[in-house]
Design a protein around this ligand. Structure first.
Ligand SMILES: C[S@@+](CC[C@H](N)C(=O)[O-])C[C@H]1O[C@@H](n2cnc3c(N)ncnc32)[C@H](O)[C@@H]1O
Length: 281
């Protein structure tokens, strides 16, 4: 088989490592999910690595995020997997090369080159973290992976296949759900309310996500409930989360997560997270 031809299509799964990614929690989420064929349209307004989308693979979906480079990467995976794979080939797991690529001005690259750069840095940077400085520049240091799979062709083709026909939008979560209605399922996975000053990672972008954003999000959940949408939301077990969602007719479940974004190994043990649903699972 020539190296450029399409390989066997593997099962679709996230092609990025993302802070707060839900891959390892899917088995705990499963009993609470509506059946895929009962969903008219699926909305995931904080897409990250899209773990739940790839798990459910609903017939119709709108995926979005406020990170334009991330959304563009999904579009490139969906529409130009071959060009993307070719652009990933020259990238290598070397410290000095990594810092050269990181120093590039992404605005001077083509969409395919930018997507390859984002995937390359995601696979080789420290902990697969995505973090930007005040100027919106990616600022994560080089990681310590021995042999990262920078170009996972099977996974990229599988993701491309699974993303066909999906709307991919760069927008704030409030815009993303503007046309959601009865029969739709919305999964919100925002940057979490920190449990304490140092425990949680919320720096996905220079804009952050503060208590005011969590209040806006709770309003969105109430509004979607009034419109007849099924809504599921993940968050930490911080008091603010209980304050925002208790006292409504919502179902709150606890799940146990292992988090590894904290650099202090002894703080990587299981933590209780919440799953909030506006329906009876
Ligand atoms: C916890 S991550 C989502 C993880 C994802 N569920 C997964 O499985 O990988 C949160 C995401 O929210 C995005 N985000 C932060 N503020 C946002 C906003 N106001 N509107 C939309 N997306 C936002 C970040 O860029 C980040 O990708």
């Amino acid at each position: 088989m020539p190296s450029s031809s399409r390989p066997f299509i593997a099962e679709a799964a996230p092609f990025l490592k993302w802070a707060g990614g839900k891959s390892r929690l899917l088995s705990q989420y499963q009993p609470f999910l509506p059946p895929g064929d009962a969903i008219r349209r699926y909305y995931e307004p904080f897409i990250g690595s899209a773990a739940l989308y790839f798990h459910l693979q609903p017939a119709a979906a709108r995926l979005s995020d406020c990170n334009w480079k991330l959304v563009e990467t999904y579009r490139v995976v969906r529409d130009q997997p071959e060009a993307l794979i070719a652009a990933l080939q020259p990238h290598k797991n070397e410290k000095s090369y990594y810092y050269e690529v990181r120093a590039q001005n992404p605005r001077q690259l083509s969409p395919v080159e930018r997507a390859a750069r984002l995937i390359y840095m995601n696979k080789t940077c420290y902990n697969g973290l995505y973090r930007e400085n005040q100027k919106g520049e990616f600022n994560v240091p080089f990681g310590r992976y021995k042999r990262p799979k920078i170009c996972d062709r099977e996974r990229l083709y599988a993701a491309s296949e699974a993303l066909q026909g999906v709307d991919l939008c760069h927008e704030d979560f409030a815009e993303a759900i503007a046309d959601a209605g009865r029969g739709d399922f919305v999964y919100f996975d925002p940057p979490y309310v920190p449990l304490n000053a140092t425990s949680s990672f919320t720096g996905y972008s220079r804009y952050g996500f503060d208590d005011g954003d969590h209040r806006r999000l709770a309003q969105a959940v109430h509004e979607l409930t009034a419109r007849g949408c099924q809504v599921m939301l993940s968050n930490s077990s911080a008091p603010l989360v209980y304050n925002l969602y208790q006292g409504h007719d919502y179902h709150i479940e606890q799940v146990q997560a292992r988090r590894n974004i904290n650099s202090k190994t002894h703080r990587r043990g299981p933590v209780t997270e919440l799953l909030i649903m506006n329906y009876r699972p």
